[in-house]
Design a protein around this ligand. Structure first.
Ligand code: PLP
Length: 401
């Protein structure tokens, strides 16, 4: 007798702490942009494990790298060097502004490392970090405090001190918060979780100038935008702004839990032996997956194809927006991180749209309770984009009928 979605969800609901609102399916296998659940139903995955599985599910090179490394050496801690971790750090520094890397296990941990580095690097008495309204930086206490959305704060007070939030989009608002305690400005080049909101290059350049004027560190949280998602390896490359510190996670290991904090030689010098650490951070298996991931992303034509498919996805979503002006007003984002902006009525129907698409075998989510977010694997084909757009169109048609 086979065990169904219904059986699995009932069992899961008995044992988990209820932190997640899960879709009523137990996923059992995946290949490329497709997932299969316990009932044998197939889904076209435009969520990619929340912008994680950028090379698709079970990419053969990544599977091979994981299996090979798992047969060689799984874990020794950071009391030793390991080969995959060195190779990964070399790839990251060779392909970014950074000279030095600290390995972590997640986005929140990479951001924690950045926050600690910014504080220890700054002269005495400077510890305050300015982040932006609508931002998302993680779920640990410090990264929750850095997150500029009160709904993530409620019930967890008192939050760690030293975080202030500036109005989104206005450089003067940030300038007004700088004082003798400020050590850094932290932002995502494009806000993913709060609704796929790009930051204007001019705005980011003004933030960079402000940092230079006041000797503040600029930290880019590229946990979601990094690793090719926006059509360049890192989003900052398109914006005419180079940060001092950058954090990565999500797609770095194509599904294995790994994060990284990157910075320059001079700033890295403030972290000395014993100041920060992680038991698992960059362990050989996760690092081997990340090395294999980076090699594919750095191959000729990969990032150009992401940009092209980003344009194609945008065009198809814009067609949908044009057909349903009562529900959607347009598309925003970069590369293959796109949001369909909903009208007031569309926002009310957002969860229903996501739910109906799920039933039609397409996975997306409702980001920041305001846009439909599309983050397919970067290897998505035009045909798969067409299938998604067709089913989305059908769902909106049903809802407006
Ligand atoms: C997902 C995300 C995080 C948190 O990453 P975790 O791995 O869940 O800790 C932080 N910042 C941004 C921009 C993210 O999108």
């Amino acid at each position: 007798m086979t065990t169904t979605n219904k059986d699995w969800t009932a069992r899961g609901d008995q044992v988990f702490i209820g932190t997640y609102n899960r879709f009523p399916a137990a996923m059992v296998s995946g290949k490329g942009c497709w997932l299969r659940d316990a009932d044998g139903r197939e889904y076209l995955d435009f969520l990619a494990g929340i912008a994680v599985c950028s090379l698709g599910h079970c990419h053969p090179d990544i599977t091979e790298a994981i299996c090979r490394q798992a047969g060689e050496l799984v874990h020794v801690s950071n009391l030793f060097h390991t080969i995959p971790q060195i190779e990964l750090a070399e790839l990251l520094t060779a392909n970014s502004f950074a000279d030095r890397v600290f390995m972590a296990n997640s986005g929140a941990e990479a951001n924690e490392a950045a926050i600690k580095l910014a504080r220890i690097h700054s002269s005495a008495g400077r510890y305050e970090i300015i982040s932006l309204a609508g931002s998302f930086h993680g779920r640990t206490l410090a990264t929750v405090a850095a997150t500029g959305q009160t709904r993530f704060h409620q019930g967890f007070e008192p939050l760690p001190h030293g975080f202030v939030h500036a109005e989104f989009g206005n450089p003067d608002a940030i300038a007004g918060l700088v004082n003798e305690r400020t050590c850094a400005i932290l932002c995502e080049p494009l806000q993913g979780e709060s609704g796929v909101r790009p930051l204007d290059p001019g705005y980011l350049q003004a933030i960079r100038k402000l940092c230079d004027r006041h000797n503040l560190l600029l930290i880019f949280d590229e946990v979601q935008t990094g690793m090719g998602r926006t059509g360049t390896l890192f989003a900052y490359e398109q914006l005419g702004v180079t940060p001092d510190i950058m954090t990565l996670a999500k797609a770095l290991g194509n599904g294995l839990p790994i994060g990284a904090m990157l910075t320059t030689e001079a700033i890295a010098a403030s972290f000395t032996a014993g100041t920060h650490a992680s038991t698992f951070g960059g362990n050989p298996v996760t690092a081997a997956a990340a090395v294999a991931t980076m090699k594919i992303m750095l191959a000729d034509g990969f990032l150009a194809a992401v940009r092209e498919k980003g344009h194609y996805l945008t065009a198809r979503l814009q067609e949908v927006a044009d057909r349903f002006p009562g529900l959607a007003t347009g598309v925003r984002g970069r590369g293959l991180l796109r949001g369909l902006i909903l009208t007031e009525k569309g926002i009310d129907l957002g969860p229903e749209i996501v739910d109906r698409l799920f039933k039609q075998g397409v996975l997306i989510n409702f980001a920041g309770n305001r846009v439909l977010r599309f983050v397919p694997p970067l290897i998505v084909s035009d045909e798969e984009i067409d299938i998604m757009a067709h089913r989305l169109d059908a769902v909106l048609e049903e809802l407006t009928a």
